[in-house]
Design a protein around this ligand. Sequence first.
Ligand code: GDP
Ligand code: IMO
Ligand code: MG
Length: 441
Amino acid sequence: MPGTCVVGLQWGDEAKGKLVDLLTSDFEIVVRYQGGANAGHTVVVGDQTYKLHHIPSGILSHNVKNLISPGVVLNPPTILDEIDALAKRNVKVDNLMISDRSHVVLPWHIAEDRLLNAAKVGGVAESSENIGTTLRGIGPCYRDKVGRTMAVRFGDMYRPEFKQQIERIVESKNQVFQSLNGDANVALDAAAIFEEYSGYAERLKPHVGDTTALLLDAIDEDKNILFEGAQGALLDIDHGTFPFVTSSNSSGAGVFSGAGVPARFVNRIIGVIKAYSTRVGGGPFPTEQDNDDGQHIRDRGNEYGTTTGRPRRCGWFDAVAVRYTARLSGVDMLSLMMLDVLAALPEIKVCVAYEIDGKRVEHFPSHSDDLRRAVPIYETLPGWQQEITEVERVEDLPENAIKYVNRISELVGRPVGVISVGPDRRQTMFLDKDLAQRFGN
Ligand code: GDP
Ligand code: IMO
Ligand code: MG
């Protein structure tokens, strides 16, 4: 199993970080391949909690190389903060390499994100709302990458032309900000930005290199490589709930281009799901429970954003959406997280289809306005009303919890290989034979 990818199948925060950390011991290299500091991946080891934004969740295993590949957009001061925070806690970071092809998030991207995020999007007036971005400059940075003329790649910061590059871009950006007239405070100072970013570049230099060459060599040498997705497939720029998405391919579709590996190399894809649904920011969410049930899930699951602290919107599991993203991402097995959060509920609902304009629909709609009109058709399953955070073996789970897991697997059409009942590494059960042999109980 040389290439394994962990990808979120909902709207992010499925606990990908926990799974990647757990699996890491079996791999020689862990790769973050898209997104940027909009991601917040949590790893809990005993009484220690690590919140990672750019750095791969394999960083806690010292003998593993952690790569940030070309598809990621990086904010230098944020990654330096992450590196410093880890070093302070005695986590070694000398095994971290950042691709010189990755793109740099600059102060204007964050200013643009603020300005643009104030705008409403959506097709019809009543469905207009904000995207509700993380304000980390992600969309504007990816836009400049695709536009090319205003982009800065990591490797550019070490070239003699860097100063002129910054001056040229700042001149145009200042004109744009002036014409937008949105934020009077935005007047960029090219000399100050050049000084500041040259300083960051110097400090990050030991970590910058050609991750693509390293990965292609590793593939030739048959090394085991783990790819860590950020966000979730429903936030994918091409395949998610557009325009309420992020600006990268966060479904399984993003791994090959983002990491720089051939598609056929990744031969196992693990789809991470919560036992319910959450979403941060705007956009349609058919199974949302803006009521006591939603609040119950938010409280029990501590559903507040890792990156922004925003309360996450909570609702029932949506099997229409996850069946779509599991098929789209070529998922082999599911890792079902947060099962413990549902423990107190007498009944649990699962959305098995939608009704849109009076018709039953089993395919995930391509337009957000259609999804917004979707009324979930629910199946109600009995809860188990018993804490399961200490359960160590699948056969010791309450019967109704097992029935719930099996029903989700059946509806999504993929086997469940992992069940998680708490944030800690040890609160994990492996059903998949191969994984159980390597990690488990
Ligand atoms: P990611 O972005 O997909 O890595 O997920 P986040 O780290 O943003 O959010 C997942 C949260 O759930 C973190 O606070 C984890 O520590 C926590 N967590 C992970 N697995 C479980 C679980 O099985 N049960 C509970 N209750 N919490 C979990
Ligand atoms: P992880 O990797 C949850 C959401 C934002 C917003 C939309 C666009 O921790 O699962 P952006 O800043 O990317 O332009 O925001 O995407 N979003 C996430 N939601 N988890 C994430 O990452 C997210 N990254 C972005 O809330 O709705
Ligand atoms: Mg997160």
